[in-house]
Design a protein around this ligand. Structure first.
Ligand SMILES: Nc1ncnc2c1ncn2[C@@H]1O[C@H](COP(=O)(O)OP(=O)(O)OP(=O)(O)O)[C@@H](O)[C@H]1O
Ligand SMILES: [Mg+2]
Length: 270
């Protein structure tokens, strides 16, 4: 019941704590606004290293905004972001980011292999010629997501699930420590979802950290170790078993989850 809720927003337990240098992504008092109205308000979060973490909240809750602000892709109003204790600008090489598929311009004229190689540009240097070894690494990443036959295809000519897999290959090719994914399972079939979760669990087994925005509440307990619930403010964070409770979900989603849905979740969660 509500006693299991850990309130982490402004005024909550964590306010005032300094950044955690061991955390792959640590937010303190993060506020982001696109106009007058904040999309995120005074958010604290400490994602654990070597774990799979889910970011959960309703549409418009600020989940994508949180990732973009954390990665330094959009300006923040206030607050502090650290990646393994460093400012994000100093740790960018250690992060691979898969954006929300709907936010990408798929008409951009480029091939699948070039999208994957983009994940390595930081290592390659933007204008250096791609070596045979780099190309082999990119092809290997495509093979790991089952897209080996598509290297020379235009990205606009792929299905939604195939596009998602190409973006995952790009992240894999980057060889990062922190993998940040915005709805990696959106629009993919069950077999692809299984393949993606196996890849992500493989990364975790190597000691890497994974943070993913996730909408399917029924699979949270099976896929993730840690959850962060957000709706403009941080609502709760912690291990799935103690934090991902019907009470916390009801608070995060307001009245938007039916009671029957919450009851079913209680059965899968507990
Ligand atoms: N570029 C933008 N300009 C103005 N407002 C924006 C912009 N991007 C997002 N917003 C607004 O900020 C809020 C948070 O958006 P965000 O995309 O972070 O939500 P989300 O939690 O990722 O939602 P979804 O589950 O639908 O992907 C929303 O109210 C959205 O309308
Ligand atoms: Mg989003």
């Amino acid at each position: 019941m509500p006693s299991t809720l850990t309130l982490a927003a402004s005024g909550g337990a964590q306010t005032g704590a300094g950044p955690d240098p061991a955390s792959p992504l640590c937010l303190r008092g993060l506020t982001v606004s696109y106009g007058d109205k904040p999309a995120l308000f005074s958010v604290d979060a400490t994602f654990p290293a070597g774990a799979m973490s889910a970011i959960i909240g309703p549409n418009g809750a600020g989940k994508s905004t949180l990732l973009k602000a954390a990665l330094g892709l959009i300006p923040t109003v206030s607050g502090q972001v650290t990646v393994y204790g460093q400012p994000v600008a100093a740790a960018r090489d250690r992060i691979a980011y898969v954006p929300q598929r709907a936010s990408v311009d798929w008409d951009f004229p480029t091939t699948v292999i070039d999208v994957v190689l983009m994940g390595r540009y930081r290592k390659l240097g933007l204008f250096r010629r791609v070596s045979r070894a780099e190309r082999a690494l990119a092809l290997d990443a495509l093979a790991r997501v089952g897209m080996e036959g598509f290297a020379d295809r235009q990205i606009g000519q792929l299905s939604g699930g195939q596009q998602q897999r190409v973006f995952l290959a790009r992240a894999l090719a980057q060889d990062a420590d922190l993998y940040v994914l915005d709805e990696p399972f959106a629009g993919v079939d069950a077999a692809t979802e299984r393949a993606i979760i196996d890849l992500l669990k493989g990364l975790k087994a190597q000691g890497k950290s994974v943070i993913a925005v996730h909408h399917d509440l029924a699979t949270v307990a099976g896929y993730f170790d840690h959850v962060f619930l957000v709706n403009v403010r941080a609502m709760a964070e912690g291990p799935v078993e103690t934090t991902f409770t019907p009470a916390a979900l009801a608070q995060t989603y307001g009245g938007r989850l039916a009671a029957t849905h919450l009851d079913q979740l209680a059965l899968t969660v507990r």
